[in-house]
Design a protein around this ligand. Structure first.
Ligand code: SAH
Length: 234
């Protein structure tokens, strides 16, 4: 499963995700084709498995990015606001940004400064002057902070969480707009983890649905990684 969509090119990888019935929404397919993983993955960008970024972080497997994007697709419209917690490589920030233009906003929150700086550089390498403009206008933001707090003072149509939590942080539920949708891996590091979709309707009622089992790195404490002298993979 983890390797079945691997390919020799970005387009081939996305086509394989379509054939495997993981991707079906034309706008998502186009945005993934436009965002070449070679800019974001230090190694083997078209293998359908996670790759190390350093600091214990990985760029998630393409099939997991595809599942997340398909789950959130109904809300990923031009003008939408997106919060990406544990943004790591910056790959999803780039894909979200392509989907919410014009007028949308994407905030990636990552607690390792070095990863965030690398992600911003990768985004500029991917999109050049367009990326620079979006960063300047604040329509794409790479914020270095603890994702468990979300982005205080702001609300979002879409929240994606790229690292597992033992319990869903209240701050994230509160920062989800009505209507809004969140995709989040929940579970202990050593126990089973599952993807949950949280859907808020227009009057604020929250619905929770368990999708499938996964294995994500934990949404943890930044000190842990620095104390172990971990480095960036370039
Ligand atoms: N979606 C990203 C996933 C990266 S792995 C990608 O595909 O590139 C998960 C990321 O969460 C790591 O980069 C890790 O550094 C980050 N992370 C872990 N705990 C965090 C926290 N408390 N706050 C913010 N980011 C965190």
């Amino acid at each position: 499963m983890a390797w079945r969509c691997s390919a020799a090119t970005n387009a081939g990888l996305v086509d394989n995700l379509v054939t495997a019935n993981i991707l079906s929404t034309p706008r998502i397919i186009a945005a993934m084709k436009a965002s070449d993983r070679a800019h974001y993955s230090p190694r083997r960008p078209y293998d359908d498995c996670p790759q190390s970024l350093g600091f214990g972080a990985t760029i998630s497997a393409p099939h997991m990015h595809a599942h997340a994007l398909e789950s959130l697709a109904p809300m990923l419209k031009p003008g939408a606001s997106v919060l990406d917690i544990g943004s790591g490589s910056g790959y999803l920030v780039a894909v979200f940004s392509r989907l919410v233009r014009p007028g949308g906003k994407v905030i990636g929150v990552e607690h390792i400064k070095e990863l965030n700086e690398a992600a911003e550089k990768r985004f500029v390498a991917d999109e050049g002057t367009v990326a620079k403009e979006l960063l300047q206008k604040g329509e794409v933001v790479f914020k270095t902070s603890d994702g468990r707090q979300g982005c205080p003072g702001e609300k979002f149509d879409v929240i994606h969480v790229g690292a597992a939590v033992p319990v869903v942080p209240e701050a994230l539920l509160e920062q989800l707009k009505a209507p809004g949708k969140m995709f989040i891996p929940v579970g202990d590091v050593h126990e089973d983890q599952y993807i949950y979709e949280y859907t808020k309707d227009a009057v604020g009622n929250l619905k929770r649905e368990r999708l499938f089992g996964v294995s994500y790195v934990p949404l943890g404490d930044v000190e842990y990684y620095y104390a172990r002298g971990m480095k960036l993979v370039e």
